[in-house]
Design a protein around this ligand. Structure first.
Ligand code: NAD
Ligand code: DAU
Length: 355
């Protein structure tokens, strides 16, 4: 397959491309705007790979995207490109509308234009896989059933609303134009190469440096943690065997409160990198809550398991141990992503937040 990956210099996209090239899923063209969340260092090993091409650009640039479709003749688009951090969407929603909504719309337009003019065999093979999130379903109470594919949309943050809008466009392109789309909704990903604005890498790196570990509110918000390579395998299964026009929920079957996640990281780090007289959990600091903070997400992934035979391989202990080891083994990567604008973000989000 010729895979056209967007946002492939970010966390999940880069892991997907590395897996795709290692496991022979296909040739890859990676279109990425290179925002603050991206890191080409992650993909440095592919620089000499003749079946990997990187293009810097915006999914919202219709002329460029049209040209890339013509040039590379993809069999599939996998759309990871997005503004993805909820806290940033609260402080500055504009970019989220631009990339997640307008960008996805332009990408769909380019895909439609390309796909309509393909020869019959290529047209039948073509897929547009849109990577969405469980956040579009809103927030659950403690004993509510997990999100199913039929759960009504109820997005609560500007980020979730922008992803929901994009999902609706994808759905409309399938129903109106019969563009062969697929949409996935996954839970919180974790693993190697995640930008340290998200909970797990932020806590891990702060803990290693003896800095405060900020927990929003009471720490009892629940997330379902999915190891990133499990997610990427699920995406590949959806791409290969998913029913056109369908949506699939992907989860790690691993619900945890934020406080429990942070405590587990502290315990693992205390074992791996002991500090005399200090348990990292003493660094835990409860801070002012995120506005509109969703209480609980949980994914029912029985559909993908039943229809495509996918199951997560990692449990939280094994996934977290691998994640921590990766960050310990890659101090140069960490130093690079934590310089410059990252420090500005930490000030913006965490200064004056302590309670
Ligand atoms: P990320 O923020 O790490 O990476 C996003 C990538 O998209 C970056 O490389 C960025 O440069 C690129 N990008 C942003 N705007 C672009 C544009 N206009 N044109 C081209 N490239 C652009 O995100 P991630 O965590 O890897 O998430 C990937 C996708 O998965 C997103 O769509 C996100 O909504 C979704 N998702 C993520 C999670 C998670 O836990 N990380 C969970 C559910 C869904
Ligand atoms: O559920 C899928 C979503 O998961 C994706 O769509 C988003 O792109 C991704 O960012 C993630 O969103 P969350 O808001 O759940 O992830 P985040 O890592 O930002 O936060 C996880 C939980 O930890 C959440 O309840 C907020 C809390 N938190 C986060 C940070 C950064 C803290 O308590 N302290 C922090 O400093």
């Amino acid at each position: 397959m010729n895979l056209f990956v967007t946002g492939g210099a970010g966390f999940i996209g880069a892991n997907f491309i590395l897996q795709a090239r290692q496991q022979g899923w296909g040739r890859v063209v990676n279109l990425d705007k290179l925002t603050y969340a991206s890191n080409l260092q992650t993909l440095v090993d592919l620089e000499t790979d003749p079946d990997y091409t990187f293009v810097r650009g915006d999914i919202g640039n219709l002329e460029l995207v049209n040209h890339l479709f013509e040039q590379y003749q993809p069999d599939a688009v996998i759309n990871f490109a997005a503004e993805s951090h909820v806290d940033r969407s609260i402080l500055n929603p504009q970019d989220f509308i631009q990339t997640n909504v307008v960008g996805t719309f332009r990408l769909l337009e380019a895909a439609r234009n390309y796909w309509q003019h393909l020869a019959a065999t290529q047209r039948d093979r073509f897929r547009f896989l849109h990577v969405s999130t469980d956040e579009v379903y809103g927030s659950l109470g403690p004993s509510d059933p997990a999100f199913r594919e039929e759960t009504p949309y109820a997005p609560n943050s500007p980020y979730a609303a922008s992803k929901a809008a994009a999902d609706h466009l994808v759905r409309a392109y399938y129903h109106t134009y019969h563009l062969p789309t697929l949409t996935t909704h996954c839970s919180n990903n974790y693993g190697p190469r995640q930008f340290p604005e998200k909970l797990i890498p932020l806590i891990l790196l702060n803990a290693l440096e003896g800095k405060p570990l900020p927990i929003y509110g009471d720490g009892q918000n629940v997330r379902d943690w999915l190891y990133v390579t499990d997610h990427c395998e699920a995406l590949y299964q959806v791409l290969r065997q998913g029913q056109i026009g369908a949506t699939y929920n992907i989860g790690g079957q691993n619900e945890q409160t934020n406080l429990a996640v942070v405590e587990t990281i502290c315990t693992l780090l205390d074992k791996l990198v002991p500090q005399v007289g200090l348990s990292r959990s003493s660094l835990i600091t409860f801070v002012k809550d995120r506005p509109g903070h969703d209480r609980r997400y949980a994914i029912d992934c029985s559909k993908i398991s039943r229809e495509l035979g996918w199951q997560p391989r990692e449990n939280f202990d094994s996934g977290l141990a691998k994640t921590i080891q990766w960050y310990l083994d890659h101090p140069d990567w960490v130093a690079q992503v934590r310089s410059g604008t990252y420090q500005t973000w930490l000030k913006q989000n965490y200064d004056n937040r302590e309670t």
